[in-house]
Design a protein around this ligand. Structure first.
Ligand SMILES: *Cc1c(COP(=O)(O)O)cnc(C)c1O
Length: 447
């Protein structure tokens, strides 16, 4: 049975409530309805093709309909789709946990599964809090970074620092200490001054409150949802050092940066950082199925061990925790990293991205181009010389992305920052074409 575009659009508009979407605008517009995909292209119900320029919201790694991942899911489907991890083990979740323990920094060996990045963060927060209680210490506060994004559940929003989300749900959130994340483009002073300013704020909090703080949570190297804001070199290491010195747990949220996005398997690898807890999601299954993991150190895992009646159990779990289909997809994706030598190709193709971005940086309304590996944010400004931003009501980011869609590529803005996050497996030719669409969209929409 084939359904026409208009039929599905009507069903969608009547019944689907879209995420982060003003539904009044949505219902007034004509949606793109994706029907299938191939490689790095999405195909809509009318047969029009679009490059997947944001990896289906930062998830996709090897492209769509990858034979190896498709086969792994089908093979698992022939055995069992799901059985619970409460009281039972299963084959793919055990194999995947071992693989994650091997890939993550050396101190991280224990994997707690969930279904989304937000949940992996909730788990990290509850684990850190309970860890200290089990050691006999009441530490109920977390340190978070300004403009941080850790997901949309209540705990994750509490640990986040994006004002709009925070003020909307203010009374539901728990209190935190906040430290500025270095954003040199918007700092009045040198990069060194910016870093010193952020670290001094952290030092002040640690001096006065370290004993109340369970952990510091941070997006390592790149703050994604804030608009691809990038840490100067050495900043992550400095955070690790301070957490270590003050006895505060370091929680790195690698939900966006993990699995090759920054050119290494994990952002922490760039500075040889080993957190106490690492959260993973988005790219874990290659962008196929919802799966997340919270990976922890030996010390944290061991603190939860005890006699049954001591009640040291970690009281957390979801219906689909450790789902076999998801774990099978993740195993196949991680195997593809090796067999296709993906990280080497990412670093080779990075030269193409860098060169095209250097040209885009010359556009009249491009304030700053920020790039790390296959993560790019292009900050548009009303006036380059004064860095004066566009008024948010102008929706300049949306205009660029609308133009890009007309030219055959799906991208999403974050305010006035245009995000470009192609699948890691994009070929040189595909990248070139995507970047040329990006360039054209920016120049034409800001004319
Ligand atoms: C996307 C994201 C999350 C939330 O993940 P979901 O799967 O959308 O819940 C958390 N942290 C970071 C850094 C993210 O980019």
């Amino acid at each position: 049975m084939t359904l026409a575009h208009d039929d599905i659009a009507a069903l969608d508009k009547h019944c689907v409530w879209h995420p982060f979407t003003q539904m009044q605008d949505w219902t007034a517009a004509d949606p793109v309805i994706i029907e299938r995909a191939q490689g790095v292209r999405l195909v809509d119900i009318r047969g029009d093709e679009y490059y997947d320029g944001v990896s289906s919201l930062w998830l996709n790694i090897h492209g769509h309909r990858v034979p190896e991942i498709d086969a792994a899911i089908r093979d698992q489907l022939d055995r069992v789709a799901h059985s619970t991890l409460l009281g039972l083990a299963n084959i793919p979740s055990a194999r995947l946990a071992a693989k994650l323990a091997e890939l993550t920094p050396a101190g991280l060996n224990h994997v707690f599964y969930s279904d989304s990045g937000s949940e992996s963060v909730e788990i990290a927060l509850k684990m850190a809090y309970q860890y200290w209680r089990l050691l006999g210490q009441e530490r109920s506060r977390f340190i978070k970074m300004t403009n941080a994004y850790h997901g949309d559940t209540i705990g994750a929003v509490s640990a986040g620092g994006i004002d709009l989300f925070h003020s909307t749900y203010r009374d539901l959130l728990f209190p935190t200490f906040e430290v500025p994340y270095p954003y040199p483009y918007r700092f009045d002073g040198s990069v060194d001054d910016c870093v010193a300013h952020c670290l001094a704020a952290l030092d002040d909090i640690l001096t006065d409150h370290a004993d109340d703080v369970a952990g510091l949570i941070v997006e390592p190297l790149v703050q994604g949802a804030a608009g691809m804001i990038m840490m100067p070199e050495g900043f992550l290491k400095a955070l690790e050092q301070r957490c270590h010195d003050s006895g505060v747990l370091l929680i790195t949220d690698e939900v966006a940066t993990g699995f090759g996005r920054t050119g290494r398997m994990f952002a922490c690898d760039h500075e040889d950082v080993c957190p106490d807890i690492m959260t993973l999601a988005k790219g874990l299954t290659g962008g196929y199925l919802p799966l997340a993991a919270t990976v922890t150190s030996e010390a944290i895992f061991e603190a939860f061990l005890g006699e049954y009646n001591e009640q040291k159990t970690f009281f957390h779990g979801h219906s689909y925790t450790g789902n076999q289909l998801c774990c099978a997809a993740a195993l196949a994706s991680l195997e593809l990293f090796e067999t296709s030598n993906l990280l080497a190709r990412v670093n080779e193709n990075h030269a193409i991205i860098r060169q095209a971005l250097a040209e885009i940086a010359e556009c009249e309304h491009v304030g700053e181009v920020r790039n790390r590996g296959f993560m790019t944010g292009i900050e548009l400004v009303h006036d380059r010389s004064t860095r004066e931003p566009y008024a948010w009501q102008e929706q300049i980011g949306v205009k660029v992305c609308d133009r890009s869609r007309e030219l055959g590529m799906i991208v999403r803005p974050l305010g006035h920052v245009v995000i470009f996050m192609p699948p890691l497996a994009s070929t040189a030719a595909e990248l070139q074409e995507m970047l040329s669409i990006l360039h054209r969209s920016i120049s034409e929409a800001t004319e």
